[in-house]
Design a binder for this molecule. Structure first.
Ligand code: SAH
Length: 378
């Protein structure tokens, strides 16, 4: 394990942070300056492909434009305050935002890919009973800059490792927060991830994971071709209400209908990843598996079975390995493609549901689901 403390000066909130803009936003900015729109592609490459923050190094821009950008804008990521590598290679960063809040980002290297797990909010308002992030409360949405900076920083810090083959090939919005309750900033950040002038990740390599914000799933399907993961955890409403309180607002029938609509809008051969955390004696019986098979019938499915990562006072236990195997076999025998996720990074608290950052809780829990703020009209 390794810890690094970096220093980074804070900037005034009034200064335009170019990390907040996707290519379209940069084009609009440059056209406002009377510049040609191709400046946007040049600058986005400097920022995201070359990791340059000093405008004077942007050698294909005129000196006047470099000076102007330097005067009026910044390229300002959050500060890395903690950087730890697990014995299994999983690496976790704690990032400090300008207002003092802290968020976490996790990199999971595998033989054929490197997956970055990105946060979308400071904390989470959904309060799923088995997730320690939710238990800590909610503070605010992350800006586009704060979301894409996680990819920006990780790309560079992994590059510095100089280990052949190590890079960010996949991004999953499965860190802290509910991405679809921070819709506009998440979409802008995803556009940067998929932009060929930035990270150029294909639509199969960027996944938004949601607890099931139905209107936002519809809107996402309308505007982006990408992967959707839905955190199910139960196949009947009563049980799901107790695990994922958002289910009271968007029950399973509505959620599954939204999943079907989403798939219909996507390009050929796409499927939905369903996540199912196995909790001992709660949702892991043969009967639960049978119900799950019925629920996803007709939807192209990848079922991700996740062993519960325990945390203090959660009240839940991890399902025994034999139970997980049996549950998996029932699904597989019914023709469902399944993956049993291995827990990674447990020794540095980087596993699913262990990302807690440092959150000043601002949620008014009793009003939590009355008005979902998803940056859109439902
Ligand atoms: N809000 C989004 C994304 C964040 S959670 C969502 O709900 O999908 C990302 C995944 O981690 C979810 O599938 C969640 O159910 C899972 N998770 C949360 N806490 C966990 C825990 N303690 N053990 C295992 N998985 C957990």
């Amino acid at each position: 394990m390794r810890t690094v403390i970096a220093q980074n000066s804070s900037v005034s909130a009034a200064t335009l942070n170019l990390l907040d803009l996707d290519r379209q936003g940069l084009e609009e900015y440059f056209s406002g300056l009377g510049e040609k729109s191709f400046r946007a592609s040049q600058v986005i490459q400097w920022i995201h492909q070359k990791g340059v923050t000093d405008f004077q190094q942007m050698s294909n821009l005129s000196q006047a434009l470099r000076d102007q950008l330097q005067k009026n804008t910044v390229i300002h990521p959050p500060e890395v305050v903690y950087d730890a590598t697990s014995t299994d290679g999983t690496r976790k960063w704690l990032l400090q935002l300008d207002d003092g809040n802290r968020i976490e980002t996790v990199y999971i290297p595998e033989d054929d890919r490197g997956t970055l797990c990105v946060s979308s909010q400071v904390g989470c308002a959904l309060d799923c009973s088995f997730c320690s992030t939710g238990r800590r409360g909610f503070n605010r949405n992350l800006s586009t800059a704060e979301i894409i900076s996680q990819v920006w920083l990780a790309t560079q810090l992994i590059d510095e490792e100089k280990r052949p083959g190590r890079k960010v090939t996949n991004v999953v919005l499965m860190g802290m927060g509910e991405p679809l309750l921070n819709f506009d900033n998440v979409v802008r950040a995803v556009r940067i991830m998929m932009d060929d002038f930035a990270y150029g990740l294909s639509k199969r390599r960027v996944t938004v994971s949601t607890a099931g914000v139905v209107p936002a799933i519809d809107r996402l399907g309308d505007i982006l071709d990408m992967r959707l993961a839905v955190s199910l955890h139960a196949a009947d409403d009563e049980l799901r209400n107790s695990l994922v309180p958002l289910n009271r607002k968007y029950p399973l029938q509505q959620l599954m209908a939204a999943c079907r609509r989403f798939i219909d809008k996507q390009s050929a051969r796409s499927r939905i990843t369903f996540e199912y955390v196995l909790l001992d004696g709660v949702n892991d019986s043969d009967k639960h598996a049978q119900e799950l098979i019925k629920l996803v019938k007709g939807i192209p499915t990848l079922m991700n079975l996740i062993p519960f990562n325990p945390f203090e006072s959660s009240g839940y236990k991890t399902s025994p390995v034999k139970r997980v195997e049996r549950f998996n076999k029932i699904l597989a025998d019914a023709g469902i493609t399944t993956v049993v996720r291995r827990t990674r990074g447990g020794d540095i608290d980087a596993a699913c549901g262990q990302l807690v950052g440092k959150i000043e809780d601002k949620s008014r829990r009793h009003r939590r689901f009355e008005e979902p703020r998803i940056g859109m009209q439902a």
